[in-house]
Write a protein that binds this ligand. Sequence first.
Ligand SMILES: NC(=O)C1=CN([C@@H]2O[C@H](COP(=O)(O)OP(=O)(O)OC[C@H]3O[C@@H](n4cnc5c(N)ncnc54)[C@H](O)[C@@H]3O)[C@@H](O)[C@H]2O)[C@@H](O)CC1
Ligand SMILES: Nc1ncnc2c1ncn2[C@@H]1O[C@H](COP(=O)(O)OP(=O)(O)O)[C@@H](O)[C@H]1O
Ligand SMILES: [K+]
Length: 514
Amino acid sequence: MKIFTAQQIREADAYTISQTPISSLDLMEKAAIACTAWICRHYSEDTPVYIFCGMGNNGGDGLAITRLLRNRGYDAHAYVLHHSSKTSADHTANRQALQQQYPSAIHDIPENGLLPRPDAHALIIDAILGTGLSRPAEGWTAAIIDQLNELKAAHHIVAIDIPSGLQADASSLHTPVIKADQTLSFEFYKLAFLLPENAGYVGEICILPIDLSPDYIAQTPSRFNITDTVQIKNIYRPRKPFSHKGTFGHALLIAGSEGKIGAAVLSAKACLRAGVGLLSCHIPKCGYEIMQISAPGAMCFIDDQKDHSSSFHNHIPNAAAAAKYKTIGIGPGLGTAAGTCWAFEKLLDHYQQPMVIDADALNILGGSPALLDKVPAGSILTPHPKEFERLFGKTANDMERLQVLSDHAVKRHLHILLKGRYTAMAFPDGSIWFNTTGNPGMATGGSGDVLTGILTSLLAQGYPPEEAMLMGVWLHGRSGDHAAAECSEEAMIAEDIVEFLGKSFLQLRKDHSC
Ligand SMILES: NC(=O)C1=CN([C@@H]2O[C@H](COP(=O)(O)OP(=O)(O)OC[C@H]3O[C@@H](n4cnc5c(N)ncnc54)[C@H](O)[C@@H]3O)[C@@H](O)[C@H]2O)[C@@H](O)CC1
Ligand SMILES: Nc1ncnc2c1ncn2[C@@H]1O[C@H](COP(=O)(O)OP(=O)(O)O)[C@@H](O)[C@H]1O
Ligand SMILES: [K+]
């Protein structure tokens, strides 16, 4: 799914109006019908509804929703906030329609006027500012936002299209923004919804279709996108009947140190479960029995050192030897001992195929920019926000962090995924894809190690890095969702994500039954 900018959304609107029989007022009515249906599904008829409307089209939506809720028997009132002397034609048309049918439902609030005190249990609808926001809210508009946010403890707030004050394509950090419980947005996610810094404003997101032109959507490029199941199904390659373990690649996993052999085990299990043909794990002596017992499908190389690894570079003594391993996954629980850093540098001297770099391997790169330059083009880096900061430095806000993420992916020809609720995957062409599978149950030690195993496995099987990244992150999140459904977000642990990988793969199969 594409994520359009506010400007592109306006263009989609204009294109739809000019190229189809739908007028701009029809579009507003469709949007209002969709919102009203959602409100009626979630709040009973005896809920008083206070709809705060701005002077633009977002306010127009609010006026139309008031009329439609009244038609359904709700005690709905529109409070029109005169924060601007300008108004839009569709706002005016919907005001007239409401005035005609339900004149007592309109309440004008002049600039600096007082807001009503909502009844107990009233629902508050925020239709003050939409994607037409041209600057951060200030003055009276900011004061209204603050006052409505104070009501949040006692009332639900539903934002129409976007919480008022939130900028769709820029950071809104330290500016006044409505803190919605739910956001009902039209047709597309806005980029701002996917940033952790806006989690407190957006609440739950519901995307409502309003039939914007499919031609405009198809032909308009977007730098930001969201992965979906259909796309992942198209990436997925079913196995051919005569394939053998050589078909699915040999991966080398370099992971674990004393006290963190579990990270290596989780990664190895995930790598095997995600379908690798052969897996060799390089681990320090202290991990040998643990690994062999926990993941008997994996072969083991034992390091000379007891508690950390420092000789794994010997598997790739020259460029020719690199061909033995389709890919290498390195990092989970590896530690940053001097010998490990040294061996990592030697490994990078000879291994030039795309690899997966995670956790301590990222921390080692963070301490050595020269080493970062040696990472093979096409590799997948999997930092969480702290590792990202160690690698690429602090940023002022999430929007700036996305830019830094993208800049490094382009400059270094890497695939870099920044982990989180909506993992952001940056490609060497400058585009960024967001993943929506997954849940807070995955915020548990070891889930990242599982992801490294999955990605390493997919690369070994011959998926190109861009496809491995999109599919691996989707599979990881989907397996976490299955695990949460089965045993709760609280009780699920990283192993459960591995256990449910099978169920996620089954979802990708197309039905070919005769
Ligand atoms: N394709 C879509 O997504 C559709 C969008 N519609 C609605 O239209 C909205 C966009 O409408 P508009 O472009 O009229 O924009 P807004 O409704 O956001 O309002 C713009 C008005 O607010 C003023 N304004 C901007 N920033 C301000 C600030 N910081 N403080 C005070 N006033 C400020 C502007 O001067 C202008 O008068 C969407 O968010 C959505 O609610 C729907 O009506 C129909 C379809
Ligand atoms: N709230 C959440 N919603 C969705 N996914 C999440 C959430 N919290 C964590 N995750 C996922 O879990 C994984 C955690 O990785 P990481 O922090 O590296 O864990 P660890 O270092 O313990 O292995 C990431 O892939 C992240 O996207
Ligand atoms: K709004």
